[in-house]
Design a binder for this molecule. Structure first.
Ligand code: PLP
Length: 391
């Protein structure tokens, strides 16, 4: 039996062994409470401080600008709710995009019930927001713009620096959900006027249940978890020291390896993007050809939109893990993706995409095996129409 191939790194990633090594001492030996003043507490506090500096290093930020949260979802909610609670929800206006993760869109729906007005910017057929649309959408009462750095379904990367610049010029805070992008594309908060940025540990070979929000110095944010005052009053609750240490290590590795690793993933990605349509007649790429995450591919199969889940299960039998759309679609199986609909796909087509997302432990050899298996899997679902070319 060949080893399984894991091509769903946008859903979650395998923890790097160096991350597990960094966590282990804080699970077994140094289990003190970082708020305690005695030695056990100080040991734990040192781990949290080190991780804060490691995460800040990903964005050329200051350690004090990092707030640890329980997930990427919580970081998004803290950014939106925290900024809007500070500004006053009722009567305020927020601009976001139609393709955000539910962590942002569902948070908007909840804030709307408290009197927030929300504008969702459209995207073009490749998933890009037009900066001119942002310029037009900002009103005198706009308090926050929230646009994701890279999309979790199609992989398209937004012109974040340009969008942030517009918000800054108009005196509006700018948040970006960088859960898919952090550690994969470069961010520099010294030159990019981003005020708030969310990330998640388990998307960059770190642990689950840990995230972080970058909060630019001076930005006012109310806590959404008030309590004992941890994280300088921005996120109460005794810190998950081991997970924080793991996230710190994951961030340090990602920062150190990023340029070389991104180039390696782009090579494998582009090999797949070029080879798949040559082997399968009806396969087409969804999203922008090159403004996309280094390891991210989203595919459609003309005429097979209803069969994406069957194809996924067929590949699973062959030992290959890929996703149809996003991890959330397992919960909403069979429903059209709001992201694909926003790209202009009709509801039927918006149901059938396949997402291949590569990570640190994937190799070119695995891509070659995938290229052998995929045409067979496609053909097995449509034997009569012979949609797959031989080989
Ligand atoms: N934002 C984006 C773009 C995501 O892809 C995800 C997870 O898939 C999240 C937010 C939520 O992150 P977490 O799973 O850490 O809550």
């Amino acid at each position: 039996m060949p080893e399984r191939i894991y091509f769903d790194n946008a859903a979650t990633t395998a923890p790097d062994p160096r991350v597990l090594d960094a966590m282990q001492p804080y699970l077994a030996r140094f289990w003190g409470n970082p708020s305690s003043l005695y030695a056990e507490g100080r040991q734990a506090r040192e781990a949290v401080d080190r991780a804060r500096a490691q995460v800040a290093g990903l964005f050329a930020a200051e350690p004090d600008e990092i707030v640890f949260t329980g997930s990427g979802t919580e970081a998004d909610n803290l950014a939106l709710q925290g900024a809007l609670l500070a500004a006053g929800v009722s009567g305020s206006h927020l601009v976001t995009s139609a393709i955000e993760h539910p962590a942002v869109l569902a948070c908007c729906r909840q804030l709307e019930r408290l009197g927030l007005a929300v504008s969702e910017l459209p995207v073009d057929g490749q998933g890009l927001v037009d900066p001119a649309d942002l310029e037009k959408a900002i009103r005198p009462e706009t308090r926050l713009v929230s646009i994701m750095a890279a999309n979790n379904v199609v992989g398209t990367i937004q012109p974040i620096a340009e969008l942030a610049q517009i918000a800054r010029r108009r005196g509006v805070l700018f948040h970006t959900d960088a859960v898919q992008a952090a550690g994969k594309i470069a961010f520099d908060t010294r030159t990019q006027p981003i005020d708030l940025l969310s990330l998640s540990g388990h998307k960059l070979h770190g642990p689950k249940g840990i995230g972080a929000l970058y909060v630019r110095a001076g930005v006012e944010l109310w806590p959404i978890l008030p309590g004992g005052g941890q994280e300088r009053g921005r996120r109460s609750g005794t810190e998950n020291v081991a997970a924080i240490a793991g996230l710190g290590q994951a961030a340090e590795i990602a920062a150190a390896d990023r340029p070389g690793e991104a180039a390696r993933l782009v090579r494998i990605r582009d090999h797949l993007i070029e080879s798949i349509p040559a082997k399968i007649d009806n396969a087409y790429l969804i999203g922008h050809r090159w403004r996309r995450l280094p390891g991210h591919i989203c595919l459609g199969f003309e005429g097979m939109e209803g069969e994406a889940i069957k194809l996924l299960l067929e590949l699973d039998k062959e030992g290959i893990a890929i996703s149809s759309g996003s991890a959330c679609s397992a919960i909403h199986a069979g429903q059209p993706s709001h992201v694909l609909e926003a790209l202009g796909f009709d509801p039927l087509k918006a149901r059938g995409s396949l997402r291949i997302s590569l990570g640190r432990f994937n190799t070119l050899e695995e891509a070659e095996r995938f290229l052998e298996v995929l045409p067979r899997a496609v053909a097995s679902l449509r034997p009569i129409r012979r949609l797959a070319k031989a080989g």
